[in-house]
Design a protein around this ligand. Structure first.
Ligand SMILES: [Zn+2]
Length: 502
């Protein structure tokens, strides 16, 4: 679900001589060579992550505001900054950072206040800064004190004069630049604990060389180029970019060009497991009284992301492609049963979350299954989870139905892939919230995790998952809707009902 970064600004073909693609150097009269934050400020400016208040002044002593911090973090993650309407009454579409703010909210990195405001011009406190950086870089940031501890242990920040972290103190632009630059690039840190513990192959797909850059976007200059097929070691990621070392040079490359398999040794694509041509049970069960016939039931299958929004990526895979592949496979299972399936997208198209949520109403759908893959900076997190919306029954009233559907979906996912069980969870996603039918969002596994991609990355694995999601919809109707007429449908895939879970 996460990582809405626009990661398609890759200029592999444009192998320019080192350094020439950096912007004209900024020159701030108030950030001289002896300024404590000089290197960090110019580093962020070079990558287009921040800028001066004018061509000649950065004003490092000015307090940083919430809107300025949001814009810098959004640019750090290469989010799409296109201005848009937001959830907040005080951040209109015309606010310069409206796109970044809304995307950071969608990714649960930043939030507003209970009264529906964002207070964009409030100054940022050190506590808020610790949480924001913690969420942006996927540190442990379960609370302000835990986030502050992460920043201190990584050599990103220190406490204040009285020995505390000074959580309520405001933070100025210079200090924020220091903390942000250190979070992005471990070279700036006062303690460099990051290890390059994992290896990956560079795979540029077309044999070109991969630019190694000084920062996590294509505005940063290239400091080297790595031939496709070479093994590099990586440490952590910043959005979709990864901090690596190759020939003792440290820098950033885009994760789409790293993979765990040697490019030339890529496994041959296995054909999908054919659906057994089994006819449904010869004695169909009649439609229960008061229920509509199974042939009138439509399952809406939502392949997450698409178009300019690739979703997450890792290990050489991109979420929008994985979700579409599984969705198409899932759809095929309905061809042999009376129930129907409709997909929100069947190609590489962008559809907004709201339009996806409104889709069942548009096509008279009955249940909604959104397919996603998860991601985690550093790649450690793994497993399967399923979300449903519960916050306000007034918005989507199908709370108990959605929860039951989520339980059946989670169960069949675990059966299909056998990954870590992260559980059934409440999730406030627009595709679920702005929906009028029982709706769930399945995070199949972590695209960034080596173990999870081991099955997610195979045709056979995705076929198993599609079959499992299909079976979960049968389980829901069989148990929750108490429809015995669903029972013969299981025989189309030689399966049996899961057992009652809700
Ligand atoms: Zn997703």
């Amino acid at each position: 679900m996460k990582k809405l970064a626009v990661c398609l600004t890759l200029s592999l073909a444009a192998l320019v001589p080192f350094g020439q693609d950096s912007k004209a150097a900024a020159n701030f009269t108030d950030v001289g060579t002896t300024h404590r934050a000089q290197a960090e400020i110019y580093y962020l400016v070079e990558g287009g992550i921040t800028s001066g208040v004018s061509e000649t002044r950065f004003v490092p002593e000015q307090q940083v505001t919430r809107v300025q911090a949001a814009a810098m973090l959004g640019r750090t993650l290469n989010l799409n900054g296109e201005q848009r309407a937001t959830n907040f009454k005080d951040v209109g579409k015309n606010n310069f950072a409206s796109g970044y703010i809304q995307q950071l909210v969608d990714k649960k990195i930043i939030s507003g206040y209970a009264d529906g405001s964002f207070k964009p011009n409030n100054t940022l406190s050190r506590g808020e800064m610790a949480l924001l950086i913690g969420h942006t870089f996927d540190y442990n940031a379960s609370s302000v004190s835990v986030a502050a501890g992460s920043l201190i242990s990584k050599g990103i920040s220190q406490g204040v004069a009285d020995g505390s972290f000074g959580v309520s103190q405001s933070i100025n632009r210079g200090d924020f630049a220091v903390f942000l630059a250190r979070s992005i690039n471990a070279d700036f840190r006062t303690a460099d604990n990051e290890k390059f513990e994992h290896d990956a192959y560079v795979d540029t797909k077309d044999g070109s060389k991969l630019n190694l850059r000084t920062g996590p976007n294509t505005t940063y200059p290239s400091i080297g180029s790595i031939p496709s097929g070479k093994i590099v070691s990586y440490s952590y990621s910043v959005g979709d970019w990864v901090y690596i070392t190759s020939d003792n040079v440290k820098g950033f490359v885009h994760s789409a060009y790293l993979q765990s398999d040697k490019p030339s040794d890529k496994p041959v694509v296995t054909p999908p497991t054919p659906t057994p041509p089994v006819k449904p049970d010869p004695t169909p069960v009649p439609t229960p009284p008061g229920k509509k016939p199974l042939s009138d039931i439509t399952v809406v299958i939502d392949a997450g992301h698409g178009g300019w929004d690739p979703g997450s990526s890792g290990n050489g895979f991109i979420e929008k492609n994985v979700t579409l592949n599984v969705a198409k496979k899932m759809e095929k299972y309905y061809a042999k049963v009376p129930m129907k399936a409709i997909m929100t997208r069947t190609d590489d198209t962008y559809i907004s979350p709201s339009a996806r949520g409104a889709y069942p109403k548009k096509v008279k759908g009955d249940i909604f299954v959104s397919i996603h893959t998860n991601s985690h900076t550093g790649g450690a997190a793994n497993g399967t989870e399923t979300f449903y919306y519960t916050k306000s029954a007034a918005v989507n009233p199908n709370v108990s139905q959605s929860k039951a559907l989520a339980q059946y979906v989670q169960n069949r996912q675990l059966e299909a892939w056998g990954l870590t069980d992260r559980g059934v969870k409440e999730g406030n996603f627009a595709v679920l919230r702005e929906n009028n039918v029982p709706a769930v969002l399945a995070e199949l596994g972590f695209i960034t995790n080596k173990k999870d991609i081991g099955i997610m990355g195979t045709e056979a694995g995705r076929e198993k998952m599609a079959r499992g999601l299909f079976l979960a919809t049968l389980d829901y109707y069989y148990y929750y809707e108490n429809r015995k007429d669903v029972l013969p449908l299981y025989s189309t895939v030689n399966a049996t009902p899961s057992g009652k879970l809700h």
